[in-house]
Design a protein around this ligand. Structure first.
Ligand SMILES: [Zn+2]
Length: 129
């Protein structure tokens, strides 16, 4: 039987790092945006909070990388990809969107049950004349 160590495989970490660095900055990817605020609320399937909600702010000189890792340390190969939701909001010019994503990972061979309730607020750059 394979023995899976708990620590994140350094190759996984490295590939995440590479993925992060390979995406363009927010300024290049979404030039109309001055700020994106993402509010993350991780919950068990039952709706009980897994941890305190937190906000992450993206500004133009940051990488447009919207993958969030599952907060459950026993969960492997997982995460929440906010890229489609954020891209859609920006394309549609929506100032606020919200939704729910389910973790794609698994722990001890059963699907992870962590869900993410998110809210995304986008702020447009002031267009000077
Ligand atoms: Zn998970």
């Amino acid at each position: 039987m394979a023995n899976h160590p708990r620590a994140i495989d350094p190759r996984v970490r490295e590939s995440r790092q590479r993925a992060y660095l390979s995406v363009p900055t927010l300024a290049r990817q979404m030039p109309s945006i001055s700020e994106i605020a993402v509010e993350l609320r991780f919950m068990y399937e039952t709706g009980q909070p897994f941890m305190s909600p937190y906000r992450q702010i993206f500004v133009p000189d940051m990488q447009a990388y919207f993958e969030f890792q599952c907060p459950d340390r026993d969960c492997s190969g997982a995460g929440f990809d906010m890229t489609p939701a954020i891209s859609a909001a920006v394309r549609a010019g929506k100032e606020e969107i919200s939704g729910t994503l389910k973790c794609r990972g698994s722990k001890s061979r059963t699907p992870c049950s962590i869900t993410l309730d998110y809210k995304v607020e986008t702020r447009l750059r002031e267009s000077g004349n």
